[in-house]
Design a protein around this ligand. Structure first.
Ligand SMILES: [Mg+2]
Ligand SMILES: [Zn+2]
Length: 242
């Protein structure tokens, strides 16, 4: 088999194992998902328990590459993160901003552009509307960028990430097994996925993700297969497209 050109992207249909090689522009045109909302700790970078210094940033394996591919495919990336460490007095707003700026720098030099970000600085007992699963961060970013919920997905490692995506009316919310993901699976009574990803339940139940992915690259793989096939004219319905 000829070595894959870096300019071409492969889409594999899991129902018939047919491989289709298509141009990246075709992927851009065919992906129904335009906006990818990402949790930060445990999803993009290691969850280091109230991370408050730029030197503590450690990308999770494969996360940067996955985000590069998402960016190249024309998806807009948004980071939405609960930072209750600010409200609890563990670190300052300036500490958070320094970490965030460094994160953006590290990603930018690797070809990843974060379209925009939002964070909640409040402690849970404040009862604010911006702490996930509250939808305040979505409302803010939606107003700024004119986003559509049906073109958006949420990827995170906690139940509150899933509930957030569901409350916003997103197309799908995925749970990653990185960070606190395995703990969350146990909390939800779900089995860890043995393959790259799995779909635990065909019905949309509160807090139950549309899919569980091993990590961010696996989540991107699921998104491509789930939301590109139909537009490519291939009759794959094994993912239970609503
Ligand atoms: Mg997290
Ligand atoms: Zn808040």
């Amino acid at each position: 088999m000829r070595a894959a050109s870096p300019l071409r992207v492969q889409i594999k249909c899991r129902c018939s194992d047919i491989r289709k090689t298509i141009q990246p522009c075709r992927v851009r045109a065919s992906l129904d998902i335009k906006n990818i909302f990402l949790d930060r700790d445990g999803t993009i970078i290691e969850d280091r328990h109230y991370l408050c210094h730029p030197r503590e940033i450690r990308f999770l394996p494969g996360a940067v590459l996955a985000m590069q591919t998402m960016t190249q495919a024309g998806c807009r990336l948004f980071v939405v993160t609960n930072q209750s460490g600010i409200g609890r007095g563990y670190f300052s707003l300036t500490d958070y901003q320094r970490v965030h700026e460094r994160l953006l720098e590290l990603l930018a030099v690797r070809g990843v552009q974060i379209q925009d970000s939002a964070f909640c600085p409040h402690a849970p007992e404040k009862g604010c509307s911006c702490r996930k699963p509250g939808t305040g961060m979505w409302e803010k970013l939606c107003a700024r960028h004119g986003l559509l919920a049906r073109e958006s997905v949420m990827l995170g490692d906690k139940k509150d990430d899933i509930l957030f995506g569901q409350a916003c009316g997103f197309r799908a919310s995925m749970l990653l097994c990185t960070g606190k993901g395995r703990k969350t699976l146990a909390q939800l009574g779900l089995e860890p996925t043995l393959s790259q990803w799995s779909e635990p339940c065909s019905r949309a139940l509160p807090g139950i993700p549309a899919a569980v992915a091993r990590d961010l690259p696996a989540a991107w793989s699921w998104l491509q297969q789930r939301y590109a096939n139909a537009s490519l004219g291939h009759a794959c319905n094994s993912a239970g497209e609503p």
